[in-house]
Design a protein around this ligand. Structure first.
Ligand code: ATP
Ligand code: PRP
Ligand code: MG
Length: 217
């Protein structure tokens, strides 16, 4: 029987998933922040971990290259707009909690721009979520896709606003930006491949139960 495969991204999701694995007695031999290995063995010979980019976790799970994975609701929502079906999202793990928000330069009057019906230039990694958010508000936007360091966009004149992850607000403050609107609350979810859920439920179910229990504690 093939090993069960769990897809995780390195950094906060890997770090916050370790205690959940520990609650079922599983330890991971190496840490991706120091190891260059992308397939990590665990103390359970039937479980291995793939280290992938945060936004690639849904792809690995949807196509069955991993049986299950952990991804932020921001990433999942963005992904689901382009890819129907194939992912089962049973458990909110309550880790990597943050929110998506609209932020602007301190000297930009966002409310006024919205009131006046100005066309806004918004830079983000979350193109689908941003399009939907402003469409609901009836605000016209030109979206500029970025892959990181979104906070730079309003500072350099690339955009009027950004839609990005906010947690403590420290990054916005350090860059003289202010948060003007919530877009959605975010935490990480366990996602499971639909086919694996049917064909491998015997080996998967103990993990789903343990993750669910640990997430509630
Ligand atoms: P990449 O480096 O590949 O672009 P990333 O920056 O999205 O990926 P992480 O920073 O590890 O990767 O974020 C993973 C998930 O953790 C995000 O999708 C989000 O749900 C959540 N997250 C991101 N930033 C924070 C934060 N500052 N505090 C809490 N959770 C966060
Ligand atoms: C994330 C996100 C924000 C920041 C928000 O960056 O992209 O920049 O956290 O958190 P804060 O409100 O607590 O400052 P991350 O730490 O993941 O660095 P990254 O740019 O490498 O993704
Ligand atoms: Mg990040």
């Amino acid at each position: 029987m093939d090993k069960l495969t769990l897809a995780l991204s390195k950094g906060r999701i890997f770090d916050d998933t370790l205690p959940l694995l520990a609650s079922v007695g599983i330890e991971v031999a190496e840490n991706p922040s120091t190891s260059r290995k992308l397939i990590l063995a665990t103390s359970d010979p039937n479980l291995q971990i793939l280290i992938v980019r945060a936004s690639d976790v849904p792809t690995y799970v949807q196509f069955g290259a991993a049986d299950f994975g952990v991804a932020g609701l921001d990433v999942l929502y963005e992904y689901s707009q382009d890819h129907a079906g194939g992912l089962y999202q049973p458990i909110d793990l309550n880790i990597a909690k943050c929110r998506l928000a609209v932020a602007v330069r301190q000297d930009f009057d966002y409310e006024k721009a919205v009131r006046q019906g100005s066309r806004l230039r918004v830079a983000t990694k979350y193109v689908n979520i941003t399009r939907e958010h402003f469409a609901k508000k009836g605000v016209h936007v030109d979206i500029i896709k970025l892959y990181g360091s979104m906070e730079l966009a309003p500072l350099t004149g690339l955009a009027d606003a950004i839609v990005d992850v906010v947690s403590t607000g420290g990054t916005l403050r350090a860059n003289n930006l202010i948060d003007v609107e919530d877009v959605m609350p975010v935490s990480s979810r366990l996602i499971v491949n639909q086919a694996a859920l049917k064909t491998r439920s015997k080996s998967l179910q103990p993990f789903l139960d343990a993750f669910e229990k640990a997430a509630l504690e």
